[in-house]
Design a protein around this ligand. Sequence first.
Ligand code: FES
Ligand code: FES
Length: 152
Amino acid sequence: MTDLTINGVKHTHNGDAAMPLLWFIRDEVGMTGTKFGCGVAQCGACTVHLDGQPIRSCVTPVSVAAGKNITTIEGVASDKVGAAVQASWRKLDVVQCGYCQSGQIMSAVALLAKNKAPSDSDIDSAMGGNVCRCATYVRIRAAIHDAATALA
Ligand code: FES
Ligand code: FES
């Protein structure tokens, strides 16, 4: 039995503690905002926060998340930085197909939580593991700068 706290709500997983956290979030809790892309920590679509740190939930066993605070895209707006990032994403119309964007937002929020005024190279380095097949990278970068300005 594994106790998991997702967006402030406690859940219990009774199955294999080695199961990827992504399956618990999507299939057991039913939060489908976090996406499955590559399954091997290469695309960032499955990014969530574990105690504020961005992690790839497709390769993170449920056991690693036990006792930690997990935040998904469904919970990110309750945080000031998360709300600002989502507002900038909408304002700059970042999204194309949208598939990668939950992961992109989670990485952007984690960046701005620790770096209030990131440079272009800070952004490129923090976001380098989040792949967008629609190539929205220029608008993602602009939205991160916009959110940083809004939060200043
Ligand atoms: S699905 Fe996890 S990094 Fe691609
Ligand atoms: S918006 Fe389509 S994959 Fe990024």
